[in-house]
Every structure is written in structure tokens, then in C-alpha cells.
Ligand binder design. Structure first.
Ligand code: FMN
Length: 191
């Protein structure tokens, strides 16, 4: 019989992103577990270089409204993208706005801090998956990132790195997706 750890690994290897996502949202305790998983990310010098803001329920529509009403959004570029912003910010039941928090550090360059923030997001994706939900990491191309940064009060050292959407896949049947074998991107090196 396979150990629980093997089953967990098997489950992680079967993870897929899903879009669109709909209800149910993770229960409050499940959402806390998903957010807590970020804290397990590798983190040089313990900088914890990430900051997330979780948006759910009616607050998603309110966030969209504030984004679209922002003075910097009063232009044709944003008008054209309005439908896309609506889709990105109000489709999934849980929308986590992701930021990397970059500080100047003598040993930890910016790229390591960005990688740590990405690892934190990956941990949340895996946690959501293991709890039976799906996630989807989506981009926030400018000017959306700047608008979210401004409207949500992110700090000057914080850089928006996308949205983590969490919920249930809208379509029931999900087929497995073919993944590359590890030999395509890793080799055993011998001297
Ligand atoms: C930083 C980041 C941003 C992404 N942004 C988008 C996006 O805006 N739209 C999109 O279709 N996929 C985006 N993706 C890819 C999806 O999140 C997802 O990984 C992809 O659909 C493959 O699915 P999989 O995770 O099951 O392999 C992004 C991935 C990353 C890491």
C-alpha cells in the first residue's frame, strides 16, 4: 500500500490550472491553509518578499469599480480592456492580488526575491489543489497592475506579480494534461 506521502506527491503531479473558476469558494479555514502554505516557500534571509490581498464576494465587484473609476483609467486603452478586467477580477470566487515586496539587501538580489514570491504562489496553488480546489495564476498587464497597486494601497517597494484565482473548475470533466518528461529539462551531470 502506498504511503500518504506518495499519494500526496501523486496528487501534486496531477495538478492542473483551471479557468474559468466558479463557486464554491474555499471555506475560511481552507483559505487560511492556502495562504499559510506561502510561508513554506524558500526564502533567502527570511525577507518574506511577498504580500497578498484577498478579495472575495461583493468586494470583487467593488474593486473592479474602483479600478475603472480611477483617474488613470479614464482613457480609451482601459475602456477597451474593461471586459478583460471584469473577467479577471470577478470570475473566480477568490481573487488573490499578488505582490512581490522587494527590499535592498546585500546578499539577496531582486531576482531571488521575485523567485521566492513565485515559490510562495506555487505553494498556494498546490495547497488549493490538495484541498480539492483549482487555481489559476493570471497576469496583470499594464495598466492593470498600476491601477491595482494604486487602488489597493500596495507599498512603493511592492510590485504586482499577477492574480491567483481560486475556486472550482466551471466545467466538470477535466482531462489529464501531458507533461514533459524530466529528461527534457534536466540531465544527470557526470564529470
Ligand atoms: C506569472 C504567470 C502569469 C500567467 N498569466 C497568465 C495569463 O494571464 N493568461 C493565461 O492564459 N495563462 C497565464 N499563465 C499560465 C497559467 O497560469 C497556467 O499555468 C497555464 O494555463 C498552464 O496550466 P498548468 O498550470 O495546468 O500547466 C500565467 C502563469 C504564470 C506563472
Amino acid at each position: 500500500m502506498r504511503s500518504t506521502d506518495e499519494q500526496t506527491l501523486e496528487a501534486i503531479l496531477a495538478r492542473r490550472s483551471a479557468w474559468p473558476l466558479s463557486e464554491p469558494a474555499p471555506a475560511p479555514a481552507e483559505l487560511e491553509s492556502i495562504l499559510q502554505a506561502a510561508a513554506v516557500a524558500p526564502d533567502h534571509a527570511g525577507l518574506r518578499p511577498w504580500h497578498f490581498k484577498v478579495v472575495q464576494g461583493d468586494d470583487r465587484q467593488a474593486l473592479l469599480h474602483r479600478v475603472l473609476q480611477h483617474p488613470d483609467a479614464q482613457n480609451e486603452q482601459v475602456q477597451v480592456l474593461q471586459g478583460k478586467y471584469t473577467m479577471k477580477l470577478t470570475t473566480a470566487p477568490v481573487v488573490i492580488v499578488l505582490a512581490a515586496r522587494i527590499t535592498v539587501h546585500p546578499k539577496v538580489p531582486e531576482f531571488e526575491q521575485l523567485l521566492a514570491a513565485g515559490a510562495a504562489v506555487m505553494n498556494m496553488l498546490n495547497a488549493a489543489h490538495l484541498l480539492g480546489y483549482s487555481g489559476f495564476w493570471s497576469s496583470t498587464p499594464e495598466p492593470l497592475a498600476a491601477l491595482l497597486h494604486n487602488v489597493m494601497g500596495f507599498g512603493s517597494q511592492e510590485r504586482i506579480i499577477g492574480l491567483l484565482n481560486v475556486g472550482m473548475p466551471a466545467s466538470a470533466a477535466r482531462t489529464a494534461v501531458a507533461r514533459p518528461s524530466w529528461q527534457e529539462y534536466a540531465q544527470l551531470w557526470h564529470a
